[in-house]
Write a protein that binds this ligand. Structure first.
Ligand SMILES: Nc1ncnc2c1ncn2[C@@H]1O[C@H](COP(=O)(O)OP(=O)(O)OP(=O)(O)O)[C@@H](O)[C@H]1O
Length: 512
């Protein structure tokens, strides 16, 4: 039986690249005119599969929805929200996401449900609001200011306890991540940190007992300095709220807590949300898309996901067969696949066909930029209702497209928490991180070269955990594409390109 969605998704791909030596895609039908409102409505009104419906209908207090990229996890959460709101006149539903762009995207979709009892937040935005209600005011420290504070703490510990971890600059990023990890795992005493398993923290930096003591001293110094200045960083929010949990009483109207992309929230954040969830906690996650520094098991969070409490979605509805197969060939290098991790969800390759993804090797930075500009211009001319993502591991590399595309008649915007819309046709500029959870008819993955992805300068001796995170970022980026995927690079190409099955993409060279 053909499903509703299969009828609605004509493939419209015809890209005539600006270089004559490149063959154009074949030409299926044009997509019918739509606007962002229609697109949002379409997404909300989709007929669910039996598996998805089963997750929506499940009435237990806790549920985990695991699924591959594009399997409808967000859609199921929104349908679940809709169902609860219709059945329970007095209950609120809170939908949490990790990042601001996904929250903005989910807000646009949630607006279609049209209930003032459905609230969409990132953890940080909700936590900041709660603290303000409790009259707990503190200045949030971030960016350069946060770095300076941490550097001072490192220097001060170095004076009293000289150790390579605090004496050598190369460990600074590691220390910053470790401190974030300590907070995420609530390891607030030396004893708990000394005993903690550093799962997910990599093996590149050898940390023995003495090393841990030194790291903890930096952590304490940093926390002390923050406190003295009346400041906190974003990783502190959950712990501060947790300490004020008793006062939170009347503010907690979190009847139903729904969490999207839960694999990227920290353990302490998930635990706090669980404590706040009066009636129900539903988590959607895909550890194959984990792109932040978190490590926990569902048992650590205290949720019971045994038996019928876990629903698994294997089918991708977003991307074509060609794109999913390519993404899967990369994922086969992820330890989550290699170690047969129980969190891994095997994809069912979709039936929907599309063009073979392309890998374009360019002769220089300028050629790469020109290639993307001209290709995007042509693709948009042929498909004016499309959303075309230009994604790069480094956000800053995309600013020239924002300047150069509009004069070519192509609207281009950064999609951020407070600006841009992932539903409006045109070009969307995003980092791999902020593209998480979103989707585009066509995706250009720009600058797939070493030191961009993986981003590190000392890329030669990266440990497996860091590499896995970078690889998963690329997996996330690839799976944002519905129909067309074009990957470009110049110079030393990303090592992850060599992990892709070459039979699944078409290699071409320009400007060499
Ligand atoms: N049953 C379905 N029929 C048709 N389209 C569907 C169905 N389920 C999901 N989709 C579509 O598939 C796309 C992906 O859905 P969604 O964003 O909910 O997936 P996801 O699992 O949250 O993805 P990711 O983890 O990659 O962010 C959306 O365009 C959605 O409308």
């Amino acid at each position: 039986m053909r499903r509703h969605w299969q009828r609605r998704w004509p493939i419209c791909v015809r890209m005539r690249p600006f270089r004559a030596n490149l063959k154009p895609y074949s030409t299926p039908r044009m997509m019918t005119t739509t606007d962002s409102y229609k697109e949002q409505k379409r997404m909300i009104e989709i007929t669910l599969t039996l598996k998805q419906q089963e997750a929506v209908d499940y009435d237990g207090k806790e549920m985990l929805i695991k699924g591959i990229a594009g399997s409808g996890k967000t859609l199921v959460l929104l349908n679940k929200a809709n169902k609860i709101l219709a059945a329970q006149e007095r209950e609120n539903v809170y939908l949490f996401t990790y990042n601001g762009t996904l929250a903005a995207y989910a807000k646009e979709l949630a607006a279609m449900i049209g209930s003032d009892r459905l609230h969409v937040y990132t953890f940080h935005s909700w936590a900041s609001r709660m603290l303000a209600k409790l009259n707990i005011r503190m200045q949030m420290v971030k960016g350069d200011e946060q770095e300076e504070l941490l550097r001072n703490s490192v220097m001060s510990v170095c004076q009293t306890a000289p150790h390579r971890l605090v004496a050598e600059e190369k460990y600074f990023d590691f220390l910053a991540e470790e401190i974030s990890w300590i907070k995420g795992k609530s390891l607030f005493t030396l004893e708990s940190y000394l005993q903690a398993e550093r799962t997910g923290r990599g093996t590149k930096v050898n940390v023995d007992q003495k090393g841990r003591e030194v790291i903890f001293a930096v952590f304490q110094q940093y926390q002390g300095d923050l406190k003295r200045l009346g400041q906190a960083d974003f990783d502190d929010l959950a712990a501060i709220l947790d300490r004020s949990f008793a006062q939170l009483g009347p503010l907690k109207d979190l009847d139903n807590v729904l969490i999207d992309e839960a694999q990227d929230l920290q353990e302490i954040q998930l635990k706090l949300l669980r404590k706040c969830a009066n009636k129900r906690m539903i988590i959607a996650a895909d550890k194959g898309q984990k792109i932040y520094n978190t490590s926990f098991t569902w048992r650590d969070i205290g949720i019971n996901i045994t038996g019928g409490r876990t629903k698994v979605l294997h089918d991708s509805f977003r991307s074509t067969k060609q794109i999913i197969e390519l993404a899967y060939s990369l994922q086969k290098h992820d330890p989550i696949y290699k170690d047969r991790d129980e969190e891994f969800v095997h994809p069912v390759v979709p039936q929907r066909e599309g063009p073979v993804p392309r890998l374009i090797q360019c002769g220089g930075y300028d050629e790469e930029e020109e290639y993307v500009l001209r290709s995007v211009q042509e693709l948009y001319r042929l498909n004016p209702n499309w959303k075309i993502g230009i994604l790069c591991r480094k956000n800053a590399s995309l600013s020239k497209f924002q300047k150069r595309l509009p004069p070519l008649g192509v609207p281009a915007e950064y999609v951020k928490k407070m600006s841009g819309s992932a539903f409006r046709p045109g070009v969307k500029l995003l980092s791999f991180h902020s593209a998480k959870g979103l989707e585009f008819d066509a995706v250009f993955l720009y600058r797939l070269r070493e030191k961009v992805i993986p981003i590190y300068d000392q890329a030669e001796d990266l440990d497996e955990d860091t590499l896995s995170t970078e690889r998963r970022l690329l997996y996330v980026a690839i799976t944002r594409a519905k129909s067309v995927l074009v990957m470009t690079y110049y110079g030393r190409r990303s090592r992850f390109i060599d992990e892709l099955d070459p039979a699944l993409y078409r290699y071409e060279g320009v400007g060499r």
